[in-house]
Design a protein around this ligand. Structure first.
Ligand code: KIV
Length: 264
């Protein structure tokens, strides 16, 4: 049986931290499952860390469904959340419900995640009324990078902080089952977490959230273009992989590989 939203609520009540990482394919999803985390986010960060785009904007619904299917196939226990990509929900409530439905029905996701606050409240209500669990996303919302002018700390000034706090309550009232808080001051995340009945999952939002999420390519040291302050690289797989690939090249060129043990 997979982890469900009920388990997330219990974890919040019992003050046990929720663990979440992104994954986009079979090998990484099976590693996250085997390591015993609660949730996988098939994030639209796929656009940047897998497809090599500058932003999260280009990734499509078809691509999100494709990757969600693979992650679901690779796992049995972890809860799989699919990101709704840019322009799959903004245009209308009806389109948002239809696309959320596709991520669940075709992709096999157990929940969907949408970025934004008051401007998407009716979308969150509509998707929730279609019996699909919705996770909100406030603070730095990467799909708004053009308006925000970069990936910057949000909620620093009092009006911004007030807006984020109000939006968190509105999302909860609209039926959201959890909220991702990205790149906001730790004290603001603490206040929001204490005010909400639903769990918060932080990324660059300090230690007081009910759970944490990171992009798996960041944690493993596989994304080389930039490293935000909030990322902790637990290893440097890119360096390790480069060493291995260079060694293979050398050995093929020198005739050392394949040797007898790797031949028939
Ligand atoms: O797409 C993603 O990976 C995300 C996380 C950064 C929360 O939305």
């Amino acid at each position: 049986m997979r982890i469900t939203v009920v388990d997330l609520f219990e974890k919040k009540k019992e003050k046990r931290k929720i663990t979440m990482l992104t994954a986009y394919d079979y090998p990484f999803a099976s590693l996250v499952e085997e390591a015993g985390l609660d949730m996988i986010l098939v994030g639209d960060s796929l656009s940047m860390v897998v497809q090599g785009n500058e932003t999260t904007l280009p990734v499509t619904m078809e691509e999100m469904i494709y990757h969600t299917k693979i992650v679901v196939k690779a796992t049995k226990r972890v809860m799989v959340v699919a990101d709704m990509p840019f322009m799959s929900y903004q245009v209308s409530v009806e389109e948002a419900i239809r696309n959320a439905g596709r991520l669940v029905k075709e992709g096999g996701a157990q929940a969907v995640k949408l970025e934004g606050g008051r401007e998407i409240i009716n979308h969150v209500k509509g998707i929730t009324e279609a019996e699909i669990p919705v996770i909100g996303h406030l603070g730095l919302t990467p799909q708004a990078v053009l308006r925000m002018g970069g990936y910057k700390l949000q909620g620093k000034v009092p009006e911004q902080a007030k807006r984020i706090k109000e939006d968190a309550l509105r999302l909860q009232d609209a039926g959201a089952v959890a909220i991702v808080l990205e790149v906001i001051p730790a004290e603001l995340a603490k206040e929001i977490t204490e005010n909400l009945e639903i769990p918060t999952i932080g990324i660059g939002a300090g230690p007081h959230c009910d759970g944490q999420v990171l992009v798996i390519h960041d944690l493993l040291g596989l994304f080389e273009r930039f490293t935000p302050k909030f990322v902790k690289k637990y290893t440097n797989l890119r360096e390790e992989a480069l060493l291995a690939i260079r060694k293979y090249k050398e050995e093929v060129e020198s005739g050392k590989f394949p040797d007898e043990t790797h031949s028939f």
